[in-house]
Design a protein. Sequence first.
Length: 74
Amino acid sequence: MRSARLGLVVTKKGTPKAHRRNRVKRIIRERFRLQAGKLPAADIVVQVFSGLDDARLEQALDELFTTLSLELVE
């Protein structure tokens, strides 16, 4: 059985500090891990081109993964 897979693109231009890029990637992976069971078997690429605070990033990811789980299942 195939499961959802995650790809990440976090650019230096939008988040110039390495520690911030790493934090953003950790947040994305954690949110994906929490939602992975609900997502259909698909390759999902998340691209981050500008800086967001942690709360906005988490909210945006939750909305994205919820939308994907509803749209792709139908």
